[in-house]
Design a protein around this ligand. Structure first.
Ligand code: FES
Length: 155
């Protein structure tokens, strides 16, 4: 797979600090391990002319960013109160069983990494998870199986 050049990605963004999250997002998406590297953080800090600590703070504040290599698809299950009340823990148990991994782990085939996240802002359809950039609500065991099958088949 041909990965985009990092300087090309940076050059698509004005050198304005309010582009920080967008740049991190684009760089992470371009990396085959679905994570950011220390070198990426340095490139962003230099591009925006901000301290490395500012970039690092953003990385650690937002759960969608990671320095740890992850699978091709990242599943993030909402861990906030509304989803708890809606049954997110049984969803999580079922996901762990279906994937054969615990939270923070990646499946053996490298396809999925399972993570927790705080409120995704769609509490009305709790329990909720995100797969990459797709929001999936009203989760049931059947729905989990359908979503995993879709991603396994590359749809
Ligand atoms: S609590 Fe889960 S989406 Fe808000």
């Amino acid at each position: 797979m041909n990965l985009p050049n990092k300087q090309d990605i940076l050059s698509q963004h004005p050198r304005s600090e309010d582009r920080l999250l967008a740049i991190l997002h684009d760089l992470q998406k371009a990396n085959s391990d679905n994570a950011l590297s220390r070198e990426d953080l340095q490139l962003v800090a230099a591009h925006l002319n901000v301290p490395l600590s500012r970039v690092h703070d953003a990385l650690t504040f937002y759960s969608m960013f990671s320095l740890r290599p992850r699978g091709r698809h990242v599943i993030r299950v909402c861990d906030s109160p509304h989803c708890h009340l809606g049954g997110s823990w049984s969803v999580l148990e079922e996901l762990q069983r279906l994937l054969g991994v615990k939270v923070g782990e990646t499946t053996e085939d490298g396809l999925f990494t399972l993570e927790l996240t705080s409120c995704l802002g769609v509490c009305g359809v709790a329990p909720v998870m995100m797969v990459d950039e797709e929001m999936v609500g009203n989760l049931t065991t059947e729905r989990l199986q359908e979503v995993l099958a879709r991603y396994r088949e590359g749809r």
